[in-house]
Ligand binder design. Structure first.
Ligand code: ACM
Length: 547
């Protein structure tokens, strides 16, 4: 096509104006420090000229009839106060003038459930989204536009235009509160940390060999007995050396009121809480409370060492009745669509040794203990489905045949996830190799807190690709997302949890949220320098960055 001189002039003029107005943020040509450090990286960002300055006179505007959006405005106000030490007034959009941060939903089909647009200029900040979830993520991004060296009584926000939405719908982090118990106050702090990284799933690991942590009204001994162990093994005993114990009773549990409170707290941050109730293994604390649930009938204590307990539920109808009663209370408490039933590391020794169980295997027409585990999980899935909920299990639930509607959490590598996706099941990727935040963060172990083993530095987390290349396009749709796991055998303090979580959670959030094509380790690593300054402001502990 021939371009006329006039048209060429106009185009050139427009191009020059565009370049003057915006330095486009591309992955190739930026000097990172000149750009806002947003983690996870947004889908697209244009940097404008100038800035908007939040002062005590700035207002937050929301649609007057919408109490949910007002709540998001109140959360933004908390973020402003954290940084600047003052609160803004909230006003209805209809009354909004200049010097305003506006929050508004509208018809933005391209943004999906969780996406948002954020535009800041000299005049103000506008955040728009299809749903309130998106507005919430917009204000998390706005928080990351705050200066890390803030000048008293103002917050200068660079002029930007951002369009953003997440890659995966499952962006999770897990916390084991059984090996070591953590208070409601800390669980809320943990949820806050997830929210600041745009995660949306908190997987709460509530039952274990070493402690049962959720109040169940029908079975009070689960917490009277099962929530407490007499003592805890010290350190990581070596082979052929005597095991030493601290002699200190350890435990605790959450009342149902506390759990409701945590669920609401998380919901206000657009995080769903997924409860995990372990079966058929990891059941020693429950069997300590109610020995008739076990296979040996012997009286056993809540476990005081780590490793995998041989105590496993039997398969009597009464035991299923117990589990269904427990799950009924859990389902009544947790609005989540998913209930996690564990299913991992179920040692079958006691099933093998029990004449009664061997007879039941024959009577049920099953071949072996793996098939019995599959029978167990399928029976529980039927119950969970009958309540309108979906079951998630660790990848061992593939053994002996997967329950028909189960979602698989792939932790022993990604092969279980691949197999499940090929069978048409949904999958969450959480392999030890990239997602186990109980692993060491340095090869120089002496300089790190004692950990379970392994080596998982932040760049290895960042290198993880949750969607395996070998899956077909159709199978790929079953990869719901990715999750980090924080097991706490060797983490007994809240500072310890934060140290193991941060900054690795940044890498997890970026692989969960940002488009694969814009991921760039060097760029991310530079943004981490700013992110840890935010951790300093928040008073969150973190592992120092390597040079
Ligand atoms: C697991 O780490 N046992 C799921």
């Amino acid at each position: 096509m021939k371009t006329s001189g006039y048209s060429f002039f106009i185009k050139t003029l427009l191009l020059c104006m565009f370049v003057l107005l915006f330095n486009k943020c591309t992955q190739e040509n930026k000097t990172v420090s000149e750009f806002p450090s947003i983690i996870p990286a947004p889908v697209s960002m244009l940097i404008g000229k100038g800035q908007f300055t939040i002062t005590p006179q700035t207002q937050i505007a929301y649609p007057g009839e919408n109490s949910e959006i007002r709540k998001i405005g109140e959360y933004l106000n908390e973020l402003v106060n954290e940084y600047a030490g003052f609160y803004l007034s909230l006003i209805e959009l209809d009354n909004a003038g200049a010097n305003c941060i506006s929050l508004q939903t509208g018809d933005f089909p391209d943004l999906g459930q969780e996406g948002y647009n954020l535009k800041s200029s000299k005049k103000g900040v506008q955040i728009t989204a299809g749903q309130p979830n998106g507005l919430f993520y917009g204000i998390i991004t706005l928080w990351q536009l705050f200066p890390t060296n803030q000048v008293e009584n103002t917050l200068a926000i660079p002029a930007v235009e951002i369009m953003d939405k997440p890659r995966y719908k499952w962006r999770g982090a897990h916390l084991d509160v059984c090996r070591h118990f953590f208070s409601v106050e800390f669980v809320k702090k943990y949820i806050d940390i997830l929210a600041r990284h745009k995660l949306n799933m908190f997987h709460w690991h509530l039952t274990e060999d070493q402690g049962w942590r959720i109040e169940i009204n029908k079975y009070p001994l689960l917490t009277e007995v099962g929530a407490w162990r007499d003592e805890t093994v010290i350190g990581r005993p070596r082979r052929n050396t005597p095991v030493q114990f601290d002699g200190i009773r350890h435990g605790g549990f959450y009342t149902q009121d506390e759990i409701r409170d945590v669920i609401q707290y998380a919901a206000n941050r657009y995080i769903t809480v997924i409860p995990e109730i372990e079966m058929p293994g990891h059941a020693q604390a429950a069997i300590a409370a109610y020995p008739e649930l076990g296979c040996t009938g012997e009286k056993v204590s809540v476990r005081t060492t780590w490793g995998i307990s041989p105590y496993i539920y039997n398969v009597e109808d009464e035991t299923f009745e117990f589990l269904e009663n427990v799950l009924s209370e859990v389902i009544d408490l947790f609005p989540s669509q998913y209930i996690h039933i564990g299913g991992d590391e179920a040692r079958k020794d006691q099933w093998e040794a029990s004449k009664r169980i061997q007879q039941q295997i024959k009577d049920l027409g099953l071949q072996n203990e793996d098939e019995l585990q599959s029978y167990f999980i399928k029976r529980i899935e039927k119950f969970i489905n009958s309540k309108g909920k979906n079951l998630i299990g660790w990848d061992e639930i593939l053994e002996g045949g997967l329950a028909p509607n189960a979602t698989v959490m792939s932790w022993r590598g990604i092969s279980g996830g691949i197999e499940a996706a090929r069978e048409g099941h949904d999958v969450i990727m959480s392999p030890t190799t990239h997602c186990y935040f109980d692993y060491y963060q340095s090869q120089n172990r002496e300089q790190e807190p004692l950990a379970i083993g392994g080596y998982l530095p932040v760049d290895t987390v960042y290198a993880f690709e949750p969607t395996p290349a070998e899956l077909s396009e159709e199978e790929t749709k079953h990869i719901l997302g990715v999750q980090a796991n924080v097991w706490t055998e060797y983490i007994s303090t809240t500072e310890g949890v934060e140290y193991m979580l941060l900054p690795r959670l940044c890498a997890l959030s970026e692989i969960a949220w940002s488009p694969k094509e814009i991921r760039d380790w060097e760029d991310f690593r530079a943004r981490l320098n700013t992110q840890v300054k935010r951790y300093e402001t928040m008073g969150w502990n973190y592992r120092p960055l390597d040079e």
